[in-house]
Ligand binder design. Sequence first.
Ligand code: TYM
Length: 335
Amino acid sequence: MRVVSGIKPTGNLHLGNYLGAVKQWVAMQDDIQASGGETMYFIADLHGLTEWIAPDQLRDNTVEMTATLVAAGIDPARSILFNQARVPAHSELSWLLNNVARVGWLNRMTQFKDKAGKNREGASVGLYDYPVLMAADVLLYNATHVPVGEDQKQHLELARDIATKFNNDYATELFTLPEPLVSAAAPRIMSLRDASAKMSKSNPSEQSLVKLVDSDETIADKFRKAKTDPDLLPATITELEGRAEARNLVTIFAALADRTADDVLGEFAGKGFGQFKPVLADLAVARLAPIRDEMLRLLADRSAIDAILRDGAEKAAALATPMLRRTQEAMGLLV
Ligand code: TYM
């Protein structure tokens, strides 16, 4: 078993990334390694280029995201932790796979439609081609499992389609079909201001997302001001149907507490948000503050963080380079 997953350095880690993906990454480090497998996590800096970002910002974000992952529990001694750009095989395999992926397949990708919005003609080619690079990221390592939030599931279906077509077209079994693993507890964390939109770095409202760099006061304030409704909490999550904001807060509570939503509701049934929110705010601070503090401590030595990435890239390249060569050879390229 090999677990591979990535995160874009387009901003700070937020609660959606953390509960939807990174928390699973940390858990898998123990579970997968106990069964003899490997875990590989990377900062998707090449994916960070698909929408313009100032070079200094990208550099800073890459280091800060790495420090946050380490602070959250990714151990560079046990997982291969690296940045995508330092392993050029990602870009190279992506070009090869561009010739296998079909335009019709990419046209169906909902994230491109959402991100490009009405200005599709003005979107970068990279934004359109993004899922093919993502396929390269996982196929390059024969990833068996890819822990992601629900929003990335469609991209992984595409990676499976690309792998299947490649294996057929070139009569090979080179590529393993990767399995997306979506957290049952937190498949999709929504904005705290509008639960019809996912919690996202690109949401312009600061109040809509909790960042892992936020101070204790800011975290608590964002939960206290989170949008809810005037009704009381029911005894089960199914009764929260149609109350998206309430459901989102209960999901966050349960994921942070490692409890089921029904278990949490057992405690709060019949109570209002006036009672629920302060407990949620305290829980969030208790869980997130230690990660933030450790991240800030690690950031005192930025070159040590970069050394982690360099070391990880060397290990990743040792796996990626032979796989790229086998792909090139399978396609008839003289290398
Ligand atoms: P990114 O950087 O947008 O997000 C990183 C991870 O966090 C998950 N996530 C969420 N989960 C639940 N609720 C939310 N509101 C939420 N927001 C984000 C994402 O699903 C993701 O798992 N394309 C990827 C990065 C990537 C990648 C890969 C992932 C590049 N190559 C290869 C896996 C394998 C992305 O943009 O994630």
